[in-house]
Design a protein around this ligand. Structure first.
Ligand code: FCB
Length: 495
């Protein structure tokens, strides 16, 4: 794969962009919505950089018509968004029609604009009332999630054909309940391992329920992934460390869903930390319910060693928050990810596009290919410290390059026979980047958080051309023929 090669994607390849409810909607207490665990967490001193909250975010709750118009203008074929559970069920068992109506209007708006809605049911905003009852560490959450999934489907299933149960259960379980970088901020290995199992069970049970009411729906789940390479492939300790990281991030979710069992190396790691998966009879069958697609979110690979690294080799990890956190790797404390000296994004994530090709090839070969399960890249993108030029444009060359290099990697995987059917840029908009607050900008569209004005960046223009032509061009990134002024999008604000 040459970094400069021109590549052409097959017709029908899905070109989309992704967001998540809590990161963009704002209006956290409008029309009956109650707190999610993220609302609560934002109020914990020192938990989120700058004390930022999701209260306003991108105000997408009110500005969604403009955002849909923006996507239509960019020529996107699909929009991956999530629905906020506490907007729809503000209390256990009490449906909030106003919350449901918001998503119904959004779906209609997307369809009118020719954009396929890709709905994710859970992108981390658990209702606080469920956390108060034990959250994902408590098995009862599974039934609540299934009810929520069926309710969303009853309201939107006639128009939404692509359903994702969960986004990145690793983060929900291990950042939320072991590391404490995310809410509920617990740092209890057993709770994290229980949460992982219950998330998978919720995926399986809800997925089955959706399929039984709608056999032709497209149903899947999205995982965060890494490509773990031993620093020294000749050192058995480094090889084992890389294998453990792979097990604790990738296989612990891929294998239950696609093979119906947990990887033994992860089970052993959990046991070494005194934690066990709370598996009951029949659970693994439920978790292995057939899926139509697996979504892979890929941002970076990891060089992994078992040996304590020199401080200069350590990659900063996590947001610079005041509140103390722990390692999210239950039973993986001896595993270190170190720098390979590759270029880094503003997150300090190393840029390694070829990792995406290897990831797709490996998942297709080991898990999804034979099962006839399709792959989608459901998130990929980069945070950079964008600068606004004097003429108001945002020449985010690095982000455009990041996206195009990763698309070349996707194309290389396609060429080698991987069944990958689409790509969703993370993210449509600059937004609330979790514990990093508003400091990290991932959008292909800039959001001015004072005025909430949206301005497509150079990367949006380039991506729009790719979506329009199916082609990633060789040659200079600065060129973007399709640059158009689009002030109008900022004027359309929903009533
Ligand atoms: C992923 C999340 C997404 C966003 C990106 C940068 O882990 O799914 O919400 O924060 O990272």
């Amino acid at each position: 794969m040459s970094a400069q090669a021109q590549v052409t994607f097959p017709p029908g390849f899905v070109w989309g962009a992704a967001t998540a409810a809590f990161q963009i909607e704002g209006a956290t207490h409008s029309d009956g919505r109650t707190d999610s665990i993220w609302d609560t967490f934002c109020r914990v001193p020192g938990a989120v950089v700058g004390g930022d909250t999701g209260d306003t975010a991108c105000d997408h709750y009110h500005r969604w018509p403009a955002d849909v118009a923006l996507m239509a203008d960019l020529g996107l074929g699909a929009y991956r968004f999530s629905t906020a559970w506490p907007r729809v069920f503000p209390e256990a068992g009490r449906l909030n029609q106003a919350g449901l109506d918001f998503y119904s209007r959004l779906v209609d708006g997307l369809l009118d604009a020719g954009i396929a809605p890709w709905l994710t049911l859970y992108h981390w905003d658990l209702p606080q009332y469920l956390e108060d009852r034990g959250g994902w560490a408590d098995r009862d959450v599974v039934g609540h999630f299934t009810d929520y999934a069926l309710t969303m489907h009853a309201a939107l299933g006639d128009r939404v054909r692509s359903w994702t149960t969960l986004n990145e259960p690793w983060c929900a379980a291990f950042l939320g309940y072991a590391g404490g970088q995310h809410p509920p901020g617990r740092q209890e290995p057993q709770a994290a391992v229980s949460a992982a199992h219950h998330l998978l069970l919720a995926h399986g049970q809800a997925g089955r329920a959706l399929r039984s009411v709608d056999p032709t729906a497209t149903i899947g789940i999205t995982f965060n992934t890494t490509v773990a390479d031993p620093v020294d492939p000749a050192d058995p300790a480094d090889v084992a460390a890389a294998d453990l990281m792979d097990a604790l991030i990738n296989r612990v979710f891929l294998e239950p869903v696609l093979l119906g069992s947990y990887p033994q190396v992860a089970v052993d790691a959990f046991a070494s930390a005194g934690a066990t998966l709370p598996i009951r009879d029949g659970d693994m069958e439920v978790i292995k319910a057939p899926v139509d697609f697996i979504g892979l979110n890929y941002y970076q690979g990891n060089a992994v060693t078992a040996h304590a690294p020199a401080p200069t080799d350590v990659l900063p990890s996590g947001a610079a928050v005041v509140r103390p956190t722990s390692s999210p790797f239950v039973g993986g404390q001896g595993v270190h990810a170190v720098s390979r000296g590759l270029p880094r994004t503003a997150m300090d994530w190393e840029v390694q596009p070829d990792g995406l090709r290897r990831l797709l090839e490996r998942v297709h070969r080991d898990y999804t290919g034979q099962a006839g399960v399709a792959l989608y890249v459901t998130e990929n993108g980069a945070a950079y410290d964008d600068e606004v030029a004097e003429d108001g444009s945002i020449p985010d060359v690095e982000r455009a390059e990041y996206i195009e290099d990763h698309l070349r990697a996707v194309h290389a995987a396609l060429e080698s026979g991987v069944d990958v059917r689409g790509y969703f840029a993370w993210s449509l908009l600059d937004n609330f980047e979790w514990a990093y607050g508003y400091q990290k900008r991932f959008g292909i569209v800039r959001v001015d958080f004072d005025t909430l004005e949206r301005t497509p960046k150079l990367s949006a223009c380039r991506y729009a051309e790719i979506a329009r032509t199916g082609r990633v061009l060789a040659g200079p990134i600065m060129v973007c023929e399709g640059v158009r002024e689009r002030q109008a999008v900022n004027d359309t604000v929903s009533a």
